[in-house]
Design a protein around this ligand. Sequence first.
Ligand code: HEM
Length: 445
Amino acid sequence: MNKVPIDSPAPANNYSHSNLGMPKSVPPPQLPLGFFAIAALALFADGILGVFLGSRVVDNPTGHLAIGMTHMFMLGVASMAVLGAMHQFIPVISAQKLRHPQLSYWGGGLFAAGSIGLATSFLLEINPMVVASGILAVIGVVLLVINLSKPLMVKGKGISITGARISSIMLVAVACFGITYAVDRNAHESFFALSPNLVIAHAHIGILGWLGISYVAVSEKLWPMFMLSHRKSNRSSQIAIWGLAIGVTIFVIGMLASSTAIVTTAGVIILIALGSHLYTLVSVVSKRRRKLELLQGYVIVSAVFLLCAIGFAFAAVAASPGSQLRTQLMAAEIVSLGAWIALAVIGHAHKVVPFITWGILRASGVKFTRNNKPLVFSDLLNPSVARASFVMVASGFTLIIVGLATTSGVSFSIGSAALALASVAVSSNLAIRPSRMLSHFGEAG
Ligand code: HEM
């Protein structure tokens, strides 16, 4: 493990020329960093919850405790981190500024308050608070999407922007489904029965439609950039993005109509789309012009969790409807999809955050390290801590999934503890060195 270089040394100007001259459309660094910081905090909170609630969650994966932890992760961790990446990259890819950074400070703040409120109110089973927090989250989502809509509406900027447009629509859709369910729940399901089909539909709009398509769209640009890999065609990314968009839409219709035929058709389309996304990964990694790095480790293990999710989905379909086994397998599928996104996000954060902090340091005049070498990205984090974090995140999710699939509360709790530890390791590893350099430089100045 120690032989894997954290980042092939590259002179600052080779890699960072464009970063130095970052397009004017890039938002202030505290915006994406703010989203990432909240995501790290939420991961820590969810990990700690998992340590204490593990045995009760695995015994009832659709109970209010599980739903609370699910929303702390899906909104507080995954959605926050993906929104951070979208705010950093969409203005760069489309060379168009956000409508107004203020809108995202407000939107992000409301979404964060709504996410934590939603998770807490599910955990404490306070239904009116579920509705109130849901409303905050929905308003936050609307403000964020309005702000992102300006760079998202730029024409002719390729499949990444198209994908991000679709995933933003899916974010609004999942939030609207969620708030509708919350109101119905608060009214003791007097408007409609909140059947498992409805919940599964909502869950997959969120995980595949919003988070999944966002990841596929952003990775279409990031993978070739970070792996110095050039592909002649991005056909496989187009199939992945449009396949997920059409597949998830048909899947939701099939679930709402309880039609096995429609759901099966959707399942096939989604499988082709995910297969195409995995094909993109294989072709980018095989054509790379850089040595294997930690990022590939994260991205490949993330893809393994995606394959696990597909396996659990098949097993769940094969299990008898309404059985405890099907519920456990569905829960394992949902968490495996969460792990797919989480490892991808944390892996890319080890590239994106140094990318941003390097810009901040350079802009503050910090151009050299203490040994007078030009400052490069790999100076901004500790490679051993980064490798240890990778092991903690990968084993943490594995233990949680094993805990859910086998109703082992101990496995779930140990896995949760590993994720809580990883969130501290990752965030301190990405923050300590740049802030030390900045304060040292300030003192020296
Ligand atoms: C405004 C935001 C949201 C609200 C108000 C909301 C509300 C809800 C409600 C009321 C349920 C049904 C709970 C039950 O079974 O009684 C639910 C389930 C679920 N939601 Fe959300 N949701 C929101 C956003 C999201 C997002 C963005 C995701 C994923 C990215 C998500 C993933 C899930 C999952 C996986 C479940 C099933 C949980 C389980 O059975 O353990 N939700 N949500």
